[in-house]
Design a protein around this ligand. Structure first.
Ligand code: C2E
Ligand code: CA
Ligand code: CA
Length: 482
């Protein structure tokens, strides 16, 4: 049986299947009979199916399977011929989720189709542009001579994809982050190339989006370390390895202890006590920040209950807990906090929640309502790291809050820059006029404490006044006050 193509009289092609049967031994026939059948319809269906297996339905671009085939060939080529190079660009659209969530999937799909056609225009006919799924695209630049040439393509793509896309009279804005692997004979497997390009893309995202990064082996180690940390964090959450240190907050006029700030620590089985700098960013990025945050809140409530029971004279002390932006916007935040306070029988005014300026700015629409609700229950609210972003000052002071904490960087500058003193004085005056309490953070010297006292700041926190302490040691401060 053979299949072949033949020209039709109308100029098009038809697919023909020929089957031959041997009738030579049949005295009546004594020949070979060939049957021809027009199989064009079946053939087209097959081709369509085959296309479907190798292409993405939405954009018509090659899919992962076809990309892997071509990438596999490129790898083989580079192993045979040292002059041959290929490059892989791993693309991920920035903020695509926002477009999808705010305008709906049909608009998101049209956006992707436009992005795909723009990508196509940046490439040569020998290049492969594939869609891996979602907003991820991969480009294989075949037989490319220099990294410079690759970078030029990447720049062109970044420029093209930053142009707005008009859909239904709306201008939608996005951009793209690109990870580049300039391929060589070291690779054996398409999956390895894609993994490295993905790692570089992740770097591009992390360092500000709408940019490219060229893969370097050191990035792989960093990515592996991150992954290991992520796994360790999951285990640590399950095993309850997070504990809370308590740093004293003091009235800087009277020296009286007014409360503590709860600061999370990881009691790591081999590395000792770790501070948030070693893990909190990664935990937030991979979505484990909430789980840690709730463990901290639970620790604090349990601790407060014990203290209030053992030291009735300390019943007025409050503990401040830091909330991440994500935790702050959890719909169940209010209910869960109220639940915890009730369960441990804690008066709501013993709990302070600290939120950074940026967390409040990020969710400026909803923030005021959430704060008002917590506050009406009696929980106190503090703005943390105050003074880091000025533009928001007028907005922030309108929020329903009780306290502002002046950032440590301001306090450091107090020693050198004269104008900082004026700014701090202005902040304190403004806060006082609004009946807000002011806490100075990071006080390390008696001069700093004196200055803050002079400008009228109420409370202070810092190594001079007390280090963050494990609960058992913080108790000694309470006993001392007996
Ligand atoms: P933060 O809220 O600004 O906390 C104050 C940080 O300054 C703490 O660092 C504290 O140990 C440190 N500090 C206090 N006094 C001084 C001083 O006199 N000099 C200097 N150089 N540093 C001082 P820590 O404990 O490493 O925490 C770092 C950050 O991690 C915190 O900054 C906070 O943003 C975050 N964090 C800590 N615990 C939690 C938590 O339970 N949940 C969340 N979401 N974030 C937390
Ligand atoms: Ca804080
Ligand atoms: Ca702070």
């Amino acid at each position: 049986m053979v299949e072949f193509r033949a020209r039709h009289a109308n100029g098009g092609w038809r697919w023909i299947e020929a089957t031959a049967s041997n009738w030579l031994d049949d005295p009546a026939v004594q020949g070979v009979i060939v049957n021809y059948r027009d199989i064009t319809e079946r053939k087209l269906m097959e081709l369509r199916l085959q296309h479907g297996v190798l292409h993405d339905a939405l954009t018509g671009l090659p899919n992962r399977v076809l990309l892997s085939n071509r990438l596999g060939q490129a790898i083989k080529c580079s192993q045979r011929n040292p002059q041959y190079h290929f490059a892989v660009l791993f693309l991920d659209l920035d903020h695509f989720k926002v477009i999808n969530d705010s305008f709906g999937h049909p608009v998101g799909d049209r956006f992707l189709v436009t992005a795909a056609s723009r990508l196509h225009r940046c490439l040569r006919s020998t290049d492969t542009c594939a869609r891996l799924g979602g907003d991820e695209f991969v480009i294989l630049l075949d037989d490319i001579h220099s990294l410079d040439a690759v970078v030029q393509v990447a720049r062109r793509i970044i420029q093209q994809l930053s142009l707005p896309v008009e859909i239904d009279a709306q201008m939608l804005h996005s951009s793209v982050s690109i990870g580049i692997v300039f391929g060589s004979a070291e690779y054996n497997d398409p999956a390895e190339v894609l993994r490295d390009a993905d790692i570089a893309m992740y770097r591009a995202k992390a360092s500000g989006k709408s940019r490219y990064e060229v893969f370097h082996p050191a990035m792989r180690e960093a990515a592996q370390a991150r992954l290991a940390l992520e796994n360790e964090l999951r285990r640590a959450i399950a095993q309850g390895e997070f504990i809370v240190y308590y740093q004293p907050i003091v009235n800087i006029s009277s020296g009286e202890l007014i409360g503590f700030e709860a600061l999370v620590r990881w009691q790591h089985p081999t590395r000792g006590i770790l501070t948030p700098a070693a893990f909190l960013d990664v935990a937030e990025e991979v979505g484990l920040g909430d789980a840690i945050g709730w463990q901290v809140l639970e620790h604090v409530c349990r601790q407060l209950a014990t203290w209030q029971h053992s030291f009735p004279h300390a019943a007025h002390l409050s503990v401040s807990v830091n909330l991440s932006a994500r935790q702050f916007m959890q719909p169940e935040l209010y209910v869960r906090i109220v639940q915890l306070l009730t369960q441990y029988n804690i008066p709501p005014n013993c709990l302070k929640l600290e939120l950074t300026e940026s967390a409040l700015m990020e969710y400026s629409q909803e923030a005021a309502a959430v704060l008002a609700r917590l506050r009406s229950y009696g929980i106190q609210i503090a703005i943390d790291d105050f003074g880091v972003g000025y533009s928001s000052l007028s907005y922030l002071i309108q929020l329903p809050i009780d306290q502002i904490k002046i950032d440590r960087n301001f306090i450091i500058q107090l020693d050198q820059a004269h104008h900082s003193q004026a700014i701090v004085r202005a902040i304190v005056n403004l806060a006082r006029s609004l009946d807000l309490k002011v806490v100075a953070e990071g006080l390390e010297t008696t001069e700093q404490v004196d200055r803050m006292r002079t400008v009228g700041c109420h409370y202070g926190q810092g190594y001079l006044l007390g280090y963050p302490l494990p609960a058992a040691e913080a108790i000694r401060l309470l006993q001392g006050g007996e």
